[in-house]
Design a protein around this ligand. Structure first.
Ligand code: CTP
Ligand code: CA
Length: 232
């Protein structure tokens, strides 16, 4: 009866999931960050483990209460802070993975240099921060992936028109070279810091291969179903 409740259809699969959001230090007391709680990524890790997968969760700045949802004998957690650390952890973990899901929100830019002293108004240099672009982690993974590996990216978009949102997601999927791209609307009512989520999954040729709307765990279920279909 248990197997009916939790089909172990991912048994033997090795998966890597990134979750949370990177923080790029400005000085010892400040950073550039984003609003990702890590809940969707943690739900993806928990769902995969429940279905039998061996999971590496690369967690960027996730609070203990959210991370507690990922406690499972088949989940190993690596914690990272910056985009550079996330990239290094992902390249290491992805080398032996069947599936990589990049659910973390990565800072697009980082301060060109982090000051080791707190910047002050008095110093007159706190009104401008020089930025340098961070490397695209998932595009790098896709460009040098091992044979047979499936790669999934996420995109939070604020375009409220569904067709415009899909088109942007299609271009993003092509640009990154990933198999699937899950796109969600991130406005004041949806997405970041919310319990629920609504996504569409763009696949081969830009087709909408699945959609899901509900708790982050329900969305995770639909995403793993879509991954299974693309691999079979
Ligand atoms: N991503 C990444 N490395 C980056 C930036 C993004 O791996 N430096 C990944 C994210 O984890 C996500 C996907 O790329 O899975 C899409 O992120 P998004 O921010 O939507 O894409 P960008 O290419 O940064 O485009 P935008 O200008 O819309 O932010
Ligand atoms: Ca971005």
């Amino acid at each position: 009866a248990l197997s009916l409740l939790a089909p172990e259809d991912l048994t033997g699969m090795r998966v890597v999931v990134s979750a949370g959001g990177t923080r790029e230090p400005i000085d010892p007391v400040r950073f550039l960050g984003n609003r990702s709680s890590g809940r969707q990524g943690v739900a993806l890790a928990a769902e995969a483990a429940a279905r039998g997968a061996e999971v590496e969760l690369v967690a960027a700045n996730i609070t203990a209460d959210v991370l507690a949802e990922a406690r499972h004998p088949r989940i190993t957690v690596r914690t990272v802070g910056t985009a550079a650390q996330l990239g290094e952890a992902m390249r290491d973990a992805a080398a032996s993975a069947d599936v990589v899901i990049m659910a973390a929100a990565v800072a697009d830019y980082r301060p060109a240099e982090a000051s080791d002293q707190k910047l002050t108004k008095e110093s007159g240099i706190l009104d401008r921060i020089d930025l340098v672009e961070n490397a695209d982690i998932v595009a790098g993974l896709a460009a040098s992936r091992p044979q047979g590996q499936t790669i999934v990216a996420f995109a939070a978009e604020t375009l409220s028109d569904p067709e415009q949102r899909r088109d942007r997601a299609r271009r993003k999927r092509e640009r990154k070279g990933v198999d699937l791209l899950a796109v969600n609307l991130a406005d004041a009512e949806h997405g970041f810091e919310k319990a629920d989520n609504a996504i569409e999954i763009i696949g081969e040729g830009g087709a909408v291969v699945a959609s899901a709307d509900g708790s982050k765990r329900q969305v995770a279920r639909a995403l793993w179903d879509a991954v299974q279909r693309t691999r079979s």
